[in-house]
Design a protein around this ligand. Sequence first.
Ligand code: NCD
Length: 304
Amino acid sequence: MRSLIDIQELSTEEIDELIATAKDIIANPVKYREKCRGKKLATLFYEPSTRTRLSFEAAMYELGGNVLGFASSDNSSASKGESVADTVRVVSGYADIIAMRHPKEGAPLVASMHSLVPVINAGDGGHNHPTQTLADLLTINREKGRFSDLTIGMCGDLKFGRTVHSLIGAMSRYDNVKFVLISPDELKLPGYIKQETLDRKNIEYTETRSLEEAIPSLDILYMTRVQKERFFNEDDYIRLKDTYILNEAKLLKAKKDLSILHPLPRVNEISVEIDKDPRACYFEQTLNGKYMRMALILKLLGVE
Ligand code: NCD
């Protein structure tokens, strides 16, 4: 039995397989409609979510399976003080696979150690978000047709942005990938990711505060929201939240084939005028998330 807690648990071949399955699902959806008949997915969400939870649920429904779960810790026994270990032990008797989001880093890992069924990390605090990365990877693959030879700008909250952490982990395995890390000083990428991933693999990266200076060199621009819920001090959030606002003026110097990604939700960091720019990929990205979650569910359930 296998869970997915960190994107690095997937080999490059497995990522390729998931992408191939997702593309086959896109091309032949009918073939997959009964694949998970009789199976149940439990979504245990201790933190707010729109896309991740609903795309997991839509994924399971489109595979012919069923869904149960909760969308907030307030209406689960967590509010009575139950531990994640106990909850998951119980839920693994009711469901065949679990997707869990939790504000505490490491909670889905603990859950996987007590679960009788596969656990998927649907976001743990400011740490990791491997299934968002699967959505990002399918988007990059469909946009660029490759994972190598890319300059990727990561912009916004690189400190608390778990999607950034997982995507850097995944993209660091490909040849000639360079990162431009664009953030205010207070929201720089954590040192452990620089040391354990970028430095260890000898990946070229630069850090800058200026989106304008970075833009011309980029093949991919990954925008992120400042993660309000991780701040201790509201004043800091208010001061930093609108550091970057991508608009058409800032895109004037961008490459014609730039791909603009964002895990969403967007707050102010991408002006709505960009939505009609052919370089904007973030709504396609949300759909890609559903297909990759379908592929992942099939893989972890061992469905042919
Ligand atoms: C992201 C998350 O939850 O980390 N959202 C998502 O899953 N698509 C990004 C965010 O909340 O900013």
